[in-house]
Design a protein around this ligand. Structure first.
Ligand code: HOZ
Length: 427
């Protein structure tokens, strides 16, 4: 099926006049895969429609939040009833405490949580808090680890920033305290901690890397980080903006048995509305204003719409079998893709954690940013466009994760596998 993108093309032309690059987040511009972005007018379940009325099975899902699929009836109905009562008050509401309680009950290491409006803001605030708590300045992050677009963390960041490895406009003094280690490399982290004794405030890590494609932590990596952080007096921060409530109900700490000091959340906990959150141990969180001296604020933080969508989404995720279903669906898709690639003689490395996955076009095992970058980006771009033409909407970058939702079913997986078979053979 060859798609026509006439209306999207016109809208993109118009958007570029008023919005830098025509988009409000760089990866959406299709720069990494070529061509022009589709303008989406509607989503329902696991499907989206563009302005030319082309229909796609969506594996982007707004880059992760839509674990229930688009326009889930219970989420939209909770939004409608919240909307009728007003959109923001700049005052506390009962919904904030409800969602906070649900999150703290789901995450054993989280006594308290503060809501913000994006993952970027959550991480920025968690780092400030870690610095205040430890009275130290330096932060260890991982190459290819993406923690939002705040200045100090735009060093060797993953997708979205891969085209801009060190963004202009970030003074070098802002990243002088950012130390970068290869993902999965404990001895490198150890050497950094030795080189800067009592200077590192925090080690921040995506416990499952999701912004350089999906990369799994090796078995000793997360426990090793916890131990290194403990020995050096640094805090361990899990950036779970992507993984929180995506891989399990709560944090991945229940899967990997490692408790971080702080966790950053976003995406799923807002049910598709703008949200972020950071939280952790009470003694740390009580340093946040107005309880303590670490200032952080936001006019729309904890707004009733995001809270309602989040509460409804988490309630649905509490239903038995939900994560099992996601796991089975994604495992079926991954096994099928692997088989199709093998039969077409296309070397790929498939990486999956729960309902998120990446097809890397490489014959190497992908364990860090360097091996992720061994992937043939031209092949990914070609695969992306082949699938797009078959009505399958994949992330427009090798380094963004492919997501599934509870709205995806066996039929969609079969359609996707048929399209992938054709694509692999034509690559
Ligand atoms: N790199 C961001 C998510 N991993 C992109 C988000 C967006 O462009 O919407």
């Amino acid at each position: 099926m060859a798609q026509q993108f006439v209306a999207s093309r016109k809208l993109f032309e118009e958007a570029r006049k008023y919005i830098p690059g025509g988009v409000n987040s760089p990866v959406r511009a299709f720069g990494a895969v070529g061509g022009e972005p589709l303008f989406i007018k509607q989503g329902k379940g696991c499907r989206i429609w563009d302005e030319d009325d082309n229909e796609f099975i969506d594996y982007v899902l707004s880059f992760g939040p839509l674990i229930l699929g688009h326009a889930h009836p219970e989420v939209t109905s909770s939004l409608r009833s919240a909307l009728d009562k007003g959109t923001s008050f700049g005052a506390p509401t009962r919904w904030e405490s409800t969602l906070a309680r649900m999150i703290c009950e789901a995450i054993p290491s989280m006594d308290m949580v503060r809501f913000v409006n994006s993952g970027t803001e959550a991480v920025m605030s968690a780092i400030r808090l870690a610095r205040a708590f430890t009275h130290r300045d330096k932060v260890v992050k991982f190459a290819g680890g993406y923690h939002g677009s705040s200045d100090g963390l735009l060093a060797h960041a993953g997708s979205g920033a891969t085209a801009l490895p060190d963004s202009q406009g970030v003074p070098s003094s802002y990243i002088q305290h950012t130390l970068v280690a290869p993902y999965n490399d404990l001895s490198y982290v150890e050497s950094l901690l030795k080189a800067y004794p009592e200077e590192v405030a925090a080690i921040i890590v995506e416990p499952v890397a999701a912004n350089m494609g999906i990369i799994l932590p090796q078995p000793k990596f997360l426990p090793g980080l916890k131990e290194l952080a403990r020995r050096s007096g640094a805090l361990l921060i899990f950036d779970e903006v992507v993984t929180g409530f995506r891989l399990a109900y709560g944090s991945v700490q229940t899967l990997y048995h490692v408790s971080p000091d702080l966790i950053c959340l976003g995406k799923v906990i807002g049910g598709g509305l703008p949200v972020g959150a950071y939280g952790g141990r009470r003694e740390i969180m009580e340093m946040v204003a107005p309880s303590g001296p670490v200032y952080q604020a936001g006019t729309l933080s904890g707004n009733p719409l995001a809270m309602s969508a989040g509460i409804t989404t988490l309630k649905i995720l509490q239903e038995p079998g939900v994560y099992q279903k996601l796991e089975e669906m994604a495992s079926h898709l991954t096994r099928g893709l692997s088989k199709e690639a093998r039969e077409a003689d296309v070397p790929v490395f498939l990486s999956r954690a729960g309902s998120m996955l990446t097809v890397f076009f490489t014959d190497q095992e992908v364990t860090d940013y360097e091996t992720a970058r061994s992937s043939d980006l031209k092949l990914y771009a070609s695969y992306f466009h082949h699938l797009l033409n078959e009505g399958i909407y994949l992330p427009p970058s090798q380094f963004e994760a492919q997501f599934l939702s509870l709205a995806h079913g066996e039929d969609e997986i079969e359609i996707t596998l048929r399209a992938a078979r054709k694509a692999f053979r034509e690559l």
